[in-house]
Design a binder for this molecule. Structure first.
Ligand code: PMP
Length: 363
């Protein structure tokens, strides 16, 4: 198939091999006479799909045995409420706000716990990550929340903070929605990580939660049963009907990631893709990215034309050149190129060729 390159921030491009496989299996999975959408979640066929997905994710991301992997619904927004309902006990919760998504998490959690800002990058327009040494960590915090890749502002933690080294015993809660499976995660620093699937894992509708086992079992009584981590874990993510088709698709993506050589190989490609684009932007007076180089996202690259009156022209030309969904988020404007795992190096090269040609035409 000769498809355009799709730079959407999410729902985002899927590996084409995965789409082809899903297409071939859509009406009759492995000779079962049923498509995956039509199977009972309690039948042996779907259970085998679920177990393989869980096993493959654990292996790919080296998730230790003392963490549950939960396949849930509700999305990242849902987790903004589900996490505090499960972990805060109505007590203190600290937030480091580094962009639009952690800011939303901070606001939502205020309904359930005593939230406070440990640090914020807002004054600088979310172009930097405040130095962890300056974070105001409360000793009684039930957890500290960060978003390790800010999809809108293009700010990424290159290493997760070590809260113990900062003198805090609070577990770290991390929204990894937009860079999960693009790089390894140091689980020794994590209490809970969650991710909506629709960027790097599969279709929308599935939310992955990886939570240290000792943190479950303290949910507020108002927590809906379907969102209670303890109940979900006890029932192997089948307390209620899980998003079966999305789990199947994520499972195919995990198998694809293994065929790509695993997370280390995929990370090396992601580093290379991001480097090409940032180097080009930095070398050009025509395009600009304002994020501090040390904290630039490999996954989401927001950029602006020096002359913003050309934005519509740029996007129309990009579409004609087979480069889709480059418009920036409405809160930031400009452009945004999302370079998730499924974006091949050729896609980035095609984008650079177009940007170069557009600059030559208009500079
Ligand atoms: N967190 C991050 C980092 C995101 O990028 C998004 C979605 N763009 C969300 C949370 C919200 O996810 P959802 O729309 O699945 O609720």
């Amino acid at each position: 198939m000769n498809r355009p390159f799709n730079f959407s921030a999410g729902p985002a491009a899927m590996p084409e091999e995965v789409l082809q496989q899903a297409g071939a299996e859509i009406a009759n999975w492995h000779g079962s006479g049923m498509g995956v959408m039509e199977m009972s979640h309690r039948g042996k066929e779907f259970i085998s799909i679920y177990e393989a997905a869980e096993r493959d994710f654990r292996e790919l991301m080296a998730v230790p045995e003392d963490f549950h992997i939960l396949f849930m619904q509700g999305g990242g927004w849902g987790e903004n409420a589900i996490v505090p309902m499960n972990l805060s006990q109505g007590g203190a919760i600290d937030f480091v706000v580094t962009g639009g998504w952690s800011q939303k998490s901070f606001k939502e959690a205020g309904k359930y716990g005593q939230t406070a800002l440990a640090a914020s990058g807002e004054a600088g327009g979310f172009t930097d990550i405040p130095d962890p040494a300056t974070w105001q960590l409360r000793p009684d915090a039930r957890y500290l929340h960060i978003c390790s890749n800010e999809t809108v502002h293009g700010v990424e933690f290159q290493t997760l903070p070590d809260l113990k080294a900062l003198g805090s015993s609070a577990p770290l809660v991390v929204d990894v929605s937009s860079h999960v499976a693009s790089r390894p995660i140091d689980w020794s620093r994590v209490g809970l990580a969650y991710a909506g699937a629709q960027k790097n894992l599969g279709p929308a509708g599935l939310t992955l939660v990886v939570v240290r086992k000792d943190l479950v079992g303290q949910a507020l009584t108002i927590c809906p049963s379907a969102f209670n981590y303890e109940l979900v874990a006890k029932n192997d993510s089948m307390f209620n009907t899980p998003p079966t088709y999305a789990i199947y698709m994520a499972g195919l993506v995990f198998q694809w990631l293994k065929r790509q050589g695993g997370i280390a190989a995929v990370e090396a490609r992601n580093i290379e893709k991001a480097r090409l684009l940032y180097d080009f932007i930095d070398a050009s007076p025509f395009y600009v990215n304002r994020v501090a180089p040390a904290h630039r996202s490999r996954m989401n690259v927001p950029f602006f034309l020096a002359d913003e009156s050309r934005n519509d022209d740029f996007l129309a030309g990009a579409k004609a050149a087979g480069l889709l969904q480059l418009k920036g988020h409405k809160s930031v404007g400009g452009m945004r190129a999302s370079l998730y795992n499924a974006m091949p190096l050729e896609g980035v090269k095609a984008l650079l060729a177009y940007m170069r040609e557009f600059e030559l035409r208009h500079a």
